[in-house]
Design a protein around this ligand. Structure first.
Ligand SMILES: Cc1ncc(COP(=O)(O)O)c(C=O)c1O
Length: 397
């Protein structure tokens, strides 16, 4: 693994006070096997060559960094976009999905189990499963299935079983609950291909490793295009995979790292999914981190207009980076995100995912306040999946 020194995970899966493996002994044995196999193959020359080739020839990496001239002219600062939206399947999720599928295949598994919110991870996992020859079950909340219906059709076209989840708010948290339950039953033959840097060790470590390609590329690209490192790197935070991926490229530099959490409809519990800003330390899905909770410590419902952001917790490394002050976490509400969705579409000719629109909105705010700054925004995905929803709710503006 690349060396990220004091930011690196411990052998038992902790980033500072956060992370761990809070699961049954039976599952621990299985997770240890996954961790051991991962640590072996990530340095295996054949595996590295196979993954690099797929990232290049199948996913379309490296994704470009684009200097957003029109936005920069309008708002003052130099604004750069890391174009993860241009990857095959439309987001950064393909980066870890290819790695997870190859790992599962190496371990002799026959199926991938995954959850999805916006459908981007589901599509990426269905794609990777089709490519390497694995069955694929994707659990998705019914509310998200309706909102992100183009992605449901794509997953089915790719041969995945899309299993509706009808519990609770019928969104991402319940989809994760259902996937974990399915994995507990099927762990001998299936692997859980989790969609973010969350869950028990070793999942955050594995997803982080595969997503770090974003930051590695972006650092070199910025130096080439802009002649120096950015002052700010901005990325949206759901579970936290695209943001950790880009942050890792700049952890040891004098660069401000800003994670953007969804404020949804406001600060009240149940109206947002800003787990660092409004959450407390707790445990869910087998790990310790910051979670939205009521006064008795029950995990609260999460909400965001962006289905991929409405998880009530955050990856353990983000909780750690926040605690030690290496990254800061701000919020953007639904309206600001939707405004940024239109703004990037009409100003630059790029339709961003609603998730990524949170980062764009904060990037624009920063540009207005810091006209001399260089700002790198991670454009984690494209907005085709959100068009039906936006047109129905808001129209063309
Ligand atoms: C385009 C896009 N960006 C961001 C996210 C949030 O996930 P993460 O915080 O793991 O990057 C999602 C989740 O579905 C997504 O589809």
């Amino acid at each position: 693994m690349e060396t990220i020194n004091k930011y690196e995970i411990t052998n038992d899966g902790y980033y500072g006070n956060f992370g761990g493996q809070i699961i049954s002994e039976d599952l621990k044995r299985e997770y240890t096997k996954i961790a051991e196999e991962f640590l072996k193959i990530k340095d295996d020359l054949e595996f590295v060559a196979q993954l690099d080739d797929l990232l290049k020839t199948f996913a379309g990496r490296p994704s470009p960094v684009y200097y957003a001239r029109n936005l920069s002219k309008k708002y003052g600062a130099e604004i750069y976009l890391k174009r993860e939206d241009l990857n095959h399947t439309g987001s950064h999720k393909i980066n870890h999905s290819l790695g997870e599928a190859l790992l599962a295949k190496k371990m002799g598994k026959t199926k991938l189990i995954a959850e999805t919110g916006a459908g981007q991870h589901g599509v990426a996992i269905a794609t990777a499963s089709a490519l390497v020859g694995l069955d694929c079950d994707v659990y998705m909340g019914e509310v998200d299935m309706i909102k992100e219906s183009p992605n449901v059709s794509r997953m089915k076209m790719l041969g995945a079983n899309v299993i509706p989840v009808l519990d609770g708010t019928k969104t991402l948290k319940e989809a994760v609950d259902a996937s974990f339950a399915a994995y507990c039953k099927e762990h001998k033959t299936a692997m859980y291909a989790i969609g973010s840097v969350v869950g028990p060790h070793p999942f955050p470590m594995i997803v982080e490793y595969f997503q770090s390609v974003i930051g590695r590329e972006a650092r070199g690209q910025l130096l080439d295009i802009a002649g120096s490192l950015p002052d700010y790197v901005v990325a949206c935070v759901g579970g936290g995979s695209n943001s950790i991926g880009i942050f890792n490229g700049f952890l040891n530099d004098n660069v401000k790292l800003i994670g953007v959490e969804p404020l949804g409809k406001g600060e009240n519990l149940g109206d947002n999914a800003a787990s660092i800003n409004f959450g407390r330390v707790g445990e869910l899905h087998g790990f310790r981190s910051m979670f939205l909770q009521d006064e008795e410590g029950n995990i609260a419902d999460a909400y965001s207009v962006a289905s991929g952001l409405d998880y009530p917790g955050v990856g353990p490394k983000h909780a750690h980076l926040n605690e030690i002050g290496r990254a800061s976490y701000v919020t953007i509400d639904d309206k600001e995100a939707v405004d940024a969705f239109f703004e990037l579409s009409k100003t630059e000719g790029i339709i961003p995912a609603l998730e990524s629109s949170h980062a764009v909105a904060y990037g624009i705010k920063l540009a207005k306040q810091n006209p001399q700054a260089k700002i790198l925004i991670n454009l984690s995905g494209r907005g085709d999946k959100d068009l039906d929803f936006i047109l129905k709710k808001i129209g063309h503006k």
